[in-house]
Write a protein that binds this ligand. Structure first.
Ligand code: UDX
Length: 434
């Protein structure tokens, strides 16, 4: 199969590289000429483990190429995937679809043979209908079919998620499109990843419902963890105790400082708006959005409380800034609100993150970025573990304690055993554990 992927961002690049790895011929198209130039030199625009080597292998095998020109890239293609950004629209939280529609207009101008147009970007229910309408103004109905094929990739684990998915959702009512999509995903199907064929609107909603459900699961356990602290229970054990019930499942029950990233905050908001517009409000999702927003600053207050109620003129080191490990993504990271809360309360904040500092330094200019965790903690009154990078899981706690002026270790990801920390002389505060 020959495939064009519009958008060489996170989703487009990972999907394009993996399709090429299956043996398809893929061209990734992006308007950003410098990004395309860098990709041709195997410089990745994002940090994603394993991506650079897959890109290199497939470029060398002449299955993967990069271009800024959509029209010529579409020549001979069986399918074109739209994988451009759908950020939250300023002001109302709806998904901004202008990039999706602009890409569609360009496809309508450029195609020379019948093609399957696939939306991979996360788009609200009904967007496929709009895409179809735009195409039908320029093309006959036998020249195209529109499919929804949402992605379920986690940053930091995207290659594995793509190659070993729990399921592949394909939303279309068109038999030819079904055949093309089956052929594209055949390597995975042989691996026994179920292909789930649905209507197009259903596929669009599955994506939002999945992310909203996962965000709900996290927010639920976060609220339970607050209750654990009040009643002297242990949230880790509550998570295990409920997660062993197959109906609930163990994943996404890790209490922490709240979810962030490029998907959950934006998608929950967009789903909430769609629901309100359709006079079918999703009150649970509304509550999740509100609780999660408030939690981020609440974590800053938790740190203050752990430091005897005041951080004025105290030095606090943040370990980890990205919204989760194995990414450089700072979008909606809880660290942003936590740092600001501490700065507002008069603290001097230093930080270390293995990959995120380049992007973080512009977002939090008042935070001093350091070269290592130990350097960040030197003469600190308190250390806060914000993101659970592996590098923070086996710190030399005695050394850390020796470098610090104060003794507070606040672990917002519960990656330490309270008894181990006690031996080092540090005073430990974690989430949802007495
Ligand atoms: C998510 C979805 O998992 C993916 O399927 C979708 O396509 C895009 O959005 P991602 O944002 O990369 O992926 O990260 P994920 O691993 O899902 O974590 C999201 C946020 O939830 C992070 O801030 C993480 O720290 C938090 N989280 C996750 C928890 O606080 N507790 C958990 O148990 C799991």
């Amino acid at each position: 199969m020959k495939i064009a992927m519009i958008g060489a961002g996170y989703v487009g690049l990972v999907s394009g590289a993996c399709f090429a790895d299956f043996g398809h011929e893929v061209v990734c198209v992006d308007k950003d000429a410098s990004k395309i130039e860098k990709l041709r030199q195997n410089v990745m625009p994002i940090y994603e483990p394993g991506l650079a080597s897959i890109v290199k292998r497939n470029v060398e095998g002449e299955r993967l190429s990069f271009s800024t020109e959509l029209a010529e890239s579409l020549e001979g293609c069986d399918a074109v995937f739209i994988a451009v950004g759908t950020p939250s629209r300023r002001g109302d939280g709806h998904a901004d679809l202008s990039y999706v529609y602009a890409a569609t207009e360009e496809i309508a101008e450029s195609i020379t043979k019948p093609i399957v147009v696939v939306t991979k970007s996360t788009v609200p229910v009904g967007t496929g209908d709009e895409v179809e309408l735009i195409l039908s103004k320029k093309l006959n109905s036998d020249q195209f079919a529109v499919v929804s094929n949402p992605e379920f990739l986690r940053e930091g684990a995207a290659i594995d998620d793509f190659k070993r998915p729990d399921r592949i959702v394909i939303g279309t009512e068109d038999d030819r499109a079904r055949a093309v999509m089956s052929e594209i995903y055949r390597p995975l199907f042989l691996n026994e990843s179920p292909l789930l064929f649905t209507g197009r609107r259903t596929a669009e909603l599955i994506k939002y419902a999945a992310n909203a459900f996962l965000a709900t699961k996290i927010t639920f356990i976060n609220e339970i963890s607050d209750l654990c602290e009040k009643v002297g229970a242990d949230v880790q054990e509550v998570s295990r105790g409920i997660g062993l019930d197959n109906r609930i499942g163990a994943k996404f029950l890790h209490a922490g400082p709240g979810y962030g990233g490029s998907c959950f905050p934006k998608d929950t908001l967009a789903l909430m708006k769609t629901a309100q517009d359709n006079e079918s409000p999703l009150r649970i999702v509304e509550a999740v959005v509100q609780v999660n927003d408030q939690r981020k600053r609440a974590m800053g207050r938790k740190v203050i409380q752990a430091m005897s109620g005041s951080v004025r003129d105290k030095k606090i080191a943040l370990f980890g800034l990205t919204f989760k490990p194995n990414t450089d993504d700072m979008r909606d990271a809880p660290s942003i609100a936590i740092a600001q809360t501490l700065i507002d309360a008069g603290a001097n904040v230093t930080a270390y993150d293995p990959e995120g500092m380049e992007l973080a330094k512009d977002i939090m200019p008042a935070v001093e970025m350091m070269e290592s965790s130990y350097q960040a903690a030197t003469e600190a009154d308190g250390v806060v573990i914000v993101t659970e990078w592996d590098a923070f899981r086996a710190l030399d706690l005695k050394k850390l304690s020796g470098l610090m002026t104060g003794k507070a270790l606040i672990d917002l990801r519960n990656i330490y055993d309270p008894q181990d920390v006690a031996k080092s002389g540090l005073e430990y505060t974690s989430v949802g554990r007495a």
